[in-house]
Design a protein around this ligand. Structure first.
Ligand code: UDP
Length: 360
C-alpha cells in the first residue's frame, strides 16, 4: 500500500530528557518510532523536555524542547494517590505545545504515561493517540484508561497483553510490542562470561533477587542503569558479599550492548507487571539468554527453554537453578527471536497502521 507522507507530533515522557535514562524504556521506544516514521518518509516533530536529544540518524526530526519541572513517576506513588502537577510542571507545557503544533499535523502520539493527556483526548479536535508504557499502579490512571477506552478505544495501544490485562477495557486491547534498531546490537557467542542485570535501580525491578542468586553462586553480577533510589541500592549491596555487585553505570546503547553481550546470562527480576522489558530484548539481541520471573511483558518475550528460562515470581531457588542450566540455551536463537519480533521497522510500521486506521 502507498501512503502520502504524514506529519506526526510525538510527546515524550515528562520524566527526564530523552537520552538521560530517567524516563526508562520509553526513551528508546520513542527513538525507534521516530526513526521508523522518518524512514517511511513521514515528518516528525518531537516535543520533549529541555536537554533531550535524538541519535544522528533521526536528525531530520524537528525537536521542540520545553523547560519545566518533571512529573513524579506513578510507580513511586500509592494506589490512591491523587493527580499532582508541580508548579512550572513540564507536562502541561508539552501538551499545550503539542496540541498547538498538532493543529497542522495528522496525529499526535503521546508517550507520556500520565493522566492529563488521557483525560483531555475527547475534549480536543487534535487526534491524540496514546502508547501506554506502564502496567496499572494507580486508580486515577486506571480510570483514565478505562474512560478513554469507552469513548475512544482505538486511541490507546499497549506493548504486551500482560500489561493491557491490568486495565478495564471495553474491547480487546491493541497490542503493538516494541522495537529496536538491531544493527546497534552485536551478537556475541561467548558462553563463559559474567551474569548481568540492567534497568532502573528501583524497588519494582527487584535487583535484590538477582544479587542474591549471584551471591549463592559465588558469582559477580554486572549492573547497568540509572540508580533511582540510592538508599535501596546500598541496602542491596550490603546484603550480599562485598564485590558481588559490579556497578557499571548508565551507558549509551553502543557501550551498553558491548558489555551486555559478554554475559553468559541476563537475570530479570520484575516485582511488578512490567509493561514490556526493553532490557530483556536488548540482551537477547546480543545473544544473551534471559532468566526471568514469569510476570508481565518478559513472560511474553522469553520462550522458556529456547531463549532463556521463565520461573515463578520471587522463587530465588528456581531462578538460581535456571542460571545453572543456561548453557542449554542456543544463543543464536535469542538473536533470531529479536530479529523476527522486535525490529524497529516492524514496530514502527505497526504504530503507523494503528494510527492510520484510527484517523481513518
Ligand atoms: N539502559 C541504557 N543504558 C544502560 C542501562 C539501561 O540505555 O546502561 C536503557 C535500556 O536500553 C532500556 C531502559 O534503559 O531501554 C530500561 O527500560 P526497561 O523497559 O527495561 O524498563 P523501564 O525503565 O522502562 O521500567
Amino acid at each position: 500500500m502507498i501512503f502520502k507522507p504524514l506529519r506526526f507530533v510525538l510527546i515524550s515522557t515528562p520524566i527526564g530528557s530523552v537520552g538521560s535514562g530517567k524516563g526508562g524504556g520509553v526513551e528508546l521506544t520513542l527513538v525507534s518510532i521516530v526513526k521508523g516514521l522518518l524512514e517511511m518518509g513521514h515528518k516528525v516533530v518531537l516535543v520533549a523536555p529541555e536537554g533531550s536529544y535524538l541519535p544522528s540518524d533521526c536528525k531530520s526530526a524537528e525537536i521542540i524542547r520545553i523547560d519545566g519541572i518533571d512529573q513524579s513517576s506513578w510507580q513511586h506513588q500509592q494506589i490512591d494517590s491523587p493527580i499532582t502537577i508541580p508548579a512550572d510542571g513540564v507536562l502541561p507545557k508539552l501538551l499545550e505545545i503539542a496540541l498547538n503544533v498538532g493543529k497542522d499535523s495528522d496525529a499526535i502520539l503521546n508517550l507520556s504515561y500520565d493522566w492529563l493527556p488521557l483525560w483531555i483526548t475527547p475534549h480536543v479536535e487534535a487526534k491524540l493517540f496514546h502508547l501506554i508504557s506502564m502496567g496499572c499502579v494507580s486508580r486515577v490512571m486506571a480510570d483514565a484508561v478505562k474512560n478513554l477506552s469507552k469513548s475512544h478505544h482505538s486511541r490507546i495501544a499497549f506493548h504486551t497483553f500482560s500489561q493491557a490485562s491490568d486495565y478495564e477495557l471495553t474491547r480487546d486491547p491493541i497490542v503493538l510490542g516494541n522495537g529496536f534498531d538491531l544493527k546497534n546490537y552485536f551478537f556475541q557467542s561467548c558462553t563463559h562470561g559474567p551474569l548481568g542485570w540492567a534497568g532502573r535501580v528501583a524497588k519494582e525491578k527487584g535487583l535484590e533477587d538477582a544479587a542474591k542468586v549471584a551471591s549463592l553462586l559465588g558469582d559477580e553480577l554486572n549492573v547497568w542503569g540509572v540508580i533511582e533510589d540510592e538508599t535501596y541500592a546500598s541496602k542491596i549491596e550490603s546484603s550480599v558479599p562485598r564485590g558481588t555487585i559490579k556497578w557499571r553505570g548508565f551507558l549509551e546503547t553502543n557501550e551498553f550492548q558491548k558489555q551486555l553481550g559478554c554475559c553468559r546470562a541476563f537475570i530479570n527480576t520484575p516485582k511488578w507487571n512490567e509493561a514490556y522489558g526493553n532490557v530483556v530484548v536488548e540482551a537477547m539481541a546480543c545473544g544473551v539468554p534471559v532468566v526471568s520471573y514469569k510476570l508481565g511483558g518478559p513472560s511474553e518475550l522469553i520462550n522458556s527453554g529456547v531463549t532463556g528460562w521463565l520461573v515463578p515470581p520471587n522463587d530465588i531457588e528456581k531462578l538460581k537453578n535456571a542460571v545453572l542450566k543456561i548453557d542449554e540455551i542456543d544463543r543464536q536463537k535469542c538473536r533470531d527471536w529479536a530479529e523476527e519480533k522486535a525490529s524497529y521497522k516492524y514496530f514502527s510500521s505497526r504504530i503507523f497502521s494503528w494510527i492510520v486506521e484510527g484517523i481513518g
